[in-house]
Write a protein that binds this ligand. Structure first.
Ligand code: S3P
Length: 180
């Protein structure tokens, strides 16, 4: 099997981390979540980093972590929603493996993120308006993925199985019969 990483990108609330965790388990790969790594390294939450140091400081940490993690092989990497807005991050991740975008309609994202309090990018105003505005700005970056999966009305397991089904047909990712 190829040692190319599998990299999940996409907007907040598209299920990147949950799907990535399932994918890694089924493919017997190590799962690395960039945001989780940053929180471990900094010994504080992303929301606290934003609050105390600002977004620019967070983006610098994110950039350093992307660079570090992208060196690894045979990983399932999950990214924060803003990671691929940076050209250098996008290049490192793309060079390290297969870029898979998860998408969802603004309404779906709204339902998924409305109860969460840990997302500093969605804190200032009307939630639906913020989602639509940011999604509009980010969509061109997510469109640079090698493949895209919609996640509306699907569970994380369903999305993971769908991805595995496509990877199974990709000759680089030899079919692992124990994936499903
Ligand atoms: C961000 C998304 C978050 C996290 C940070 C910034 C963004 O990750 O990296 O709050 O800019 O979209 P999730 O996409 O996992 O929520």
């Amino acid at each position: 099997m190829t040692d190319k990483n599998i990299v999940l990108i996409g907007f907040m609330g598209t299920g990147k981390s949950t799907v990535g965790k399932i994918l890694a388990k089924r493919m017997n790969r190590t799962w690395i979540d960039i945001d989780q790594r940053i929180e471990e390294q900094q010994k504080r939450k992303i929301s606290e980093i934003f609050e105390k140091d600002g977004e620019a400081a967070f983006r610098a940490m994110e950039k350093a972590m992307v660079r570090e993690v992208a060196i690894g092989r045979s990983l399932v990497i999950t990214t924060g929603g803003g990671a691929v807005v940076d050209e250098e991050n996008l290049r490192h991740l793309k060079n390290s493996g297969l870029l898979i975008a998860l998408t969802a309609a603004p309404e779906t994202i709204y339902q998924r993120v409305k109860k969460t309090t840990h997302r500093p990018m969605l804190k200032s105003g009307d939630l639906m308006t913020e989602i639509k505005t940011l999604l509009g700005k980010r969509a061109p970056f997510y469109a640079k993925a090698d493949m895209t999966f919609t996640t509306d009305k699907k569970t994380a397991t369903q999305v993971a199985i769908e991805i595995l089904g496509v990877l199974q047909k990709d000759e680089e990712f030899e079919f692992g019969k124990d994936w499903f």
